[in-house]
Write a protein that binds this ligand. Structure first.
Ligand code: BTN
Length: 327
């Protein structure tokens, strides 16, 4: 039975209506917008500011009105649910939340509940970092999942999620998506997406996970604040459409999570090499601010630990609080 706890949409209704009007990418005059939305021109101007603050690229065309930097295919809850094939998944679409992961966790969302947001006001990344989430130019999706296998067996779950995302994105977009251990989504040496897996439960009993994926679809000026080398799916492949992509990601995730619970990590281990962004590259492993290991990346072991060849020996690196950089 789906848990349908309400999730509060933090995008003001007038900002959401304005976004919907502007989404076609044409120029809209302030007067037309005010008329269509039943608000004053002053209110249009205010909501334009609110959307800009969320990261939406809105241009002011002198004497003509407002226009998005590019048209946006808005997320459509009924379309996503129609496109999703997995019977376990039920998706909710909102304009804005702080973080789709956080909202599902707070709502104690049940098995298969998915949440997609046009924008996240405080998107969460791994290791306490933030995830820049401007409206329309990315995909921010989380899925709640319940497992009976105990926390101990879930250790490689974050790799499973990254692999499932890359496996779904390659055929759909044509972009050569790969996974940088443990679960960064890469094309070449630049990141275009990331996964955040948050798990709670008993070591040997029932557990719940919220798995979140963020993908950069198109460039956006808000991405300027990202420090790492980044790229977008559009720079390397075709644009499958945000709703199609969201549905395919949810299906890919659901079937990977089902397989992982049934068969463990072995089938994913077997696929890893085809998606490994680090294979054969010189890397350094960093814990906190300290470089703890330097060597050549040599795949992963059957537990999902990174293997690094160093002075003729293979060393294993467990996930958690380490990061890996290419030297
Ligand atoms: C990372 O690479 O640091 C992980 C980024 C994960 C971002 C996604 S966007 C959807 C979900 N909600 C969040 O707050 N974070 C994840």
């Amino acid at each position: 039975m789906q848990n349908r706890t309400e999730i509060r949409d933090l995008m003001p209704a007038s900002a959401a209506s304005l976004f919907a009007r502007l989404a076609d990418g044409r120029v809209h005059s302030g007067a037309q917008l005010a008329d269509a939305l039943g608000i004053s021109r002053q209110a249009v101007w205010k909501q334009t500011g609110a959307l800009r603050e969320m990261g939406l690229d809105i241009k002011a065309r002198a004497g003509r009105g407002y226009q998005l930097a590019r048209p946006v295919e808005r997320l459509d809850e009924s379309l996503v649910n129609r496109l999703v094939k997995s019977a376990a998944v039920s998706a909710t679409v909102v304009g804005a939340v702080n973080s789709t992961n956080q909202s599902l966790l707070e709502a104690r969302a049940g098995h298969g509940r998915a949440l997609l947001a046009e924008t996240q006001l405080a998107g969460r990344g791994r290791r306490g970092r933030s995830w820049v989430s401007p409206p329309g130019s990315g995909l921010y999706v989380s899925l709640a999942w319940e497992f009976d296998c105990g926390l101990t067996r879930l250790a490689p779950l974050s790799l499973v999620v990254g692999l499932a995302a890359a496996q779904c994105l390659r055929p759909l977009s044509g972009a050569p998506a790969s996974v940088k251990w443990p679960n960064d989504l890469f094309i070449g040496q630049a990141k275009f997406g990331g996964c955040l897996v948050e798990i709670s439960g008993a070591a040997e009993g029932p557990c719940r996970a919220v798995v979140g994926i963020g993908i950069n679809l198109f460039s956006n000026r808000a991405m300027g604040s990202v420090e790492q080398a980044w790229t977008t799916l559009e720079d390397h492949g075709n644009n499958p459409g945000r709703n199609r992509l969201a549905a395919a990601l949810l299906d890919g995730l659901a079937s990977a999570l089902e397989q992982f619970e049934a068969d463990g990590f072995a089938p994913f281990h077997a696929e890893w090499d085809q998606y490994d962004a680090l294979a054969g590259l010189p890397v350094r492993v960093i814990a906190g601010q300290k470089v703890t290991l330097r060597g050549t990346a040599a795949g992963i072991d059957k537990h999902g630990q990174l293997l690094v060849r160093c002075d003729g020996q293979i060393k294993t690196v467990a996930g958690g609080e380490v990061s890996v950089r290419v030297d």
